[in-house]
Design a protein around this ligand. Structure first.
Ligand code: SF4
Ligand code: SF4
Length: 361
């Protein structure tokens, strides 16, 4: 069990690298837990590292043809992949402070030429690597490296044969395997059908299905954004709220927290965390720009890392603090303010809330 003590923000975090179990205390005053959630940490506990700068399947249009609206726009944009040296600099600064690194970027991390070395360097420095992949052209060696080093792997639900093949390969190798399922207008009917009884629609043996809110970023269409008040959205959350016999865990990205707060009543609020950008997590792109969240593709809050600018500098700097300002000021009269904080500062239209108290700063 790894224990992190944050003296500045007065809380303790515990993380089990073997199981992924994570818990943190409330703010501790005079040796007692006040039960008040800490707002942030002094250094990100999770860093999302975009090691991939380009995507072969994206460039070939395979994802677009399969109906995938890539938020990194792998069809039109590309950068060189992150170098192993740059990746090591991130790990060297983060050792003893970061618990997990989520590998990502514009493409499948398992296709990075230094994939194995990247995973090993994380583990050698007591950081658990995880990643998400489309599963396209997944090799046995990549599966074996995943089993050896990763805490978990997620396969994007692209509905193709490659999706199922990849999931079964990971499961056969004994990897903790999740499905990342993007929830938008294009997928809500399918999602309703799957969670309302058709369990065999997902491969058996998976650990969890994690629902991710569709965002109008990159190739993501505005019209696919789910809106508050949509009866299908209410029905979706209601089924999750009331059903107990799922054969896998159900998870959500933190972007979906307003939907959980507005459309469920039985989910324990202690188990949810609203947007973690610039509070608990950071994204670093292949060209070493630190961002509060990977969905800030315009780099509005971007800080270029380099010899004179460290991850800690970016975390403490004005851009990240500006991002946090939204959480501090939004929706002052809402009774769920502490659990939601107004949610996404980047794309307001994804916030599943139509309360009259909604007042996003
Ligand atoms: S900034 Fe927006 S997209 Fe990013 S994690 Fe927060 S809610 Fe989600
Ligand atoms: S009013 Fe604001 S804080 Fe309250 S649930 Fe809606 S978005 Fe979240």
């Amino acid at each position: 069990m790894i224990k992190l003590v944050d003296k500045k923000n007065k809380f303790i975090s515990l993380f089990d690298p073997k199981t992924g179990f994570y818990v943190r205390s409330g703010v501790i005053e005079k040796g007692k837990d006040t039960g008040v959630d800490p707002f942030m940490t002094t250094y990100p506990q999770l860093i999302d590292v975009g090691i991939m700068g380009s995507c072969e399947s994206g460039r070939l249009g395979l994802c677009k043809n399969a109906g995938i609206q890539c938020y990194q726009d792998g069809l039109h944009k590309s950068l060189p992949d992150m170098t192993l040296n740059d990746f090591k600099k991130i790990v060297d600064e983060s050792k003893g402070k970061v618990l997990q690194i989520a590998l990502g970027g514009r493409g499948n991390p398992n296709k990075h030429k230094d994939f194995g070395a990247i995973l090993k360097y994380c583990r050698d420095n007591d950081i658990v690597p995880n990643y998400t992949t489309s599963g396209l052209n997944l090799t046995d060696e990549e599966v074996s490296l995943t089993k050896q080093y990763c805490g978990a792997v997620a396969v994007s639900w692209q509905r193709g044969q490659h999706t199922r093949d990849a999931i079964y390969k990971f499961l056969d190798a004994g990897c903790k395997t999740n499905i990342h399922y993007v929830l938008g207008n294009f997928s809500i009917d399918e999602a309703l059908e799957k969670i309302d009884g058709c369990f065999d629609a997902f491969p058996s043996g998976i650990n969890a299905v994690v629902f991710l809110a569709h965002k109008p970023v990159g190739l993501g269409d505005e019209e696919e954004v789910l809106k508050a008040g949509n009866p299908k959205v209410k029905e979706f959350f209601s089924i999750i709220d009331n059903k107990k016999d799922f054969p896998f865990k159900i998870g959500f990205d933190s972007c979906s927290v307003p939907g959980i707060l507005n459309y469920t009543s039985k989910i324990d609020k202690a188990s949810i965390d609203t947007c973690e950008g610039a509070r608990w997590s950071m994204y670093i792109s292949a060209d070493m720009v630190a961002l509060p969240c990977s969905f800030d593709q315009d780099h509005r809050w971007g800080v270029k890392l380099g010899d004179n600018t460290t991850i800690q500098n970016a975390w403490n700097g004005a851009y990240f603090e500006d991002f946090r300002g939204s959480f501090k000021k939004s929706c002052p009269s809402c009774t769920n303010r502490i659990d939601c904080m107004g949610s996404c500062p980047i794309k307001r239209q994804i916030v599943l809330c139509d309360r009259k108290e909604k007042d996003l700063a």
